[in-house]
Design a protein around this ligand. Sequence first.
Ligand code: MEV
Length: 436
Amino acid sequence: MSGQEKFVEGFSKKSKAEKIRWLTAHYLNNDSRAVERLMRYWHTDKEIQERHENFIENTLSNYWLPYAVAPNFLVNGRVYAVPMVTEESSVVAAAAKGAKFWYRYGGFHARVLSTVKYGHIHFIYKNDPEKLKNFVDETTPLFMERLRPFTANMEKRGGGILSVELEDLRHKLPGYFTLTFRFETVDSMGANFINTILEEWSDYMREKYPDYGPAEDLDIVMSILSNHNPECRVRVEVEAPVEDLERQTGLEGYAAKMKTAFDMARVNPFRAVTHNKGIMNGVDAVVLATGNDFRAVEAGAHAYAGKDEGYTSLSRAFLENGRLVLRLDLPLAVGTVGGMTGLHPLADLSMEILGRPDARRLMNIMASVGLAQNFSAVHSLVTEGIQKGHMKMHLQNILMRLDATPGEAAQIRKIFENRKAHVHSVKEALEKLRKK
Ligand code: MEV
C-alpha cells in the first residue's frame, strides 16, 4: 500500500474501534497483536479511561510512564516527598541523593522573585506612529473597562492586567509593533485567561480603529501569551562550609572543583546546554507529575538562558567566606489551579502529596528539585563519572530488553558489579550463561 490510500478524511469523527481498525489496516498489516497491545494499556475503570481519552484528539490507548517520589526535600524548612514522572532511569535516584545530601546543611532556600507573565498583540501599522500612540493611550482605559467581565474574578484573587505598553519594533521588521501586556495570574498558569484577554482586546482594536484612521492601516497578525517570562522567576540556593563538604565527600579540593565545573557551564554553551538539561531533568519530572505544561517550562528556561549575550547556565556556584553556594535562577510559569492539574487524577494526587501548595510554593519546590538534580549530576561528573550510577539502572533496562529471568538477572548483576555494562557485553554474558 502506498501514498494515497493512507490519506484519510474525517478521522477524528470515527469511533475509537474504527480508528484502531483503520490504523492497523493501513500501517500495521492488520496485526491483531498490535490491537491487543493498544488494548492492554486501556484502564480497566471506564470512567478513568474516558477521562484520559478526552484530554486529546484521536486517542487509541494510554502511554505509561513511571510515577515516583523523591523523599527528603527540605525546602524553606518544610520536608517534601516530591512526585516525579520521567522515563530516564537515573533521574529520581539523583534527585533523592541531592535532597538527602543537602538536608544536613539546612536544605533548599527558595524564593519567588515575581510571577508576572507576558502576552502580546502583534501587528503591522502603516500610518503615523503618533496617531497609533494616541489611539492606544485613549483606548486603553476604555478597553480595560470593557474587559471587566473577564478580569473581575482574577482581580478578586489578586491578579489581572498589570500594564499595557506600545512597543515599536520597526527596526526589526517594517511596520512591526506590539502591544505588550504584563499579567498577574496568581495560582493559575493563566494561559486561557491571558489569551482570552488578548483576543478580546484585539477585536476591540479592530472595531475602534476606524474612528482614528483607515481600517487597513492596522493589520493585527496574532494575539498570544509569551512563554518567555523572565520576570516570573524563582531563585533557590544551597550552601555548606567547604571544609565540611571535603570531609563528607572525602575529596580534597572538592568545592573548588565543583565551582570550576559550574563556571565552565557559564562560559561554554556546549557545556551550558547539557548542564541545563540536567536541571530540567528534575524540573520537567515534577512539572509532568503536577499536570503542568513541560513544553512551556522548557521553552521559557532555555529562552532565559539565552536572554543576554549567548547561551549560558541557569545555575552558578560561588565560593564565599569559606562556603560553597549553588544558586539556580529559573523562570517557571506554572499553576496549581485549572488546566490538567485538576483533571488528571494523579496530578491531583501529586498536589495532595505536596500539601496543596499555591503556585509560589510549587515554584519553590520545582526549582529545588532542579538544583538537586543539577548538583547530583555535576557531583557525579567531577567524581566517579556519570556512567557508574547510570549503568546500575541501565543494566536493569538491558536485562528487561533481553528477557532475562530473575535468576539470570541476579547472576548478570553480579558479573557487572564492578564492570561497565553495555548492551553487547550484557548480551554476550547472558548468552554464555544460557549455554551453560
Ligand atoms: C543526563 O540526562 C544529564 C547530564 O548530562 C547533566 C550534566 O551533564 O550536567 C548528566
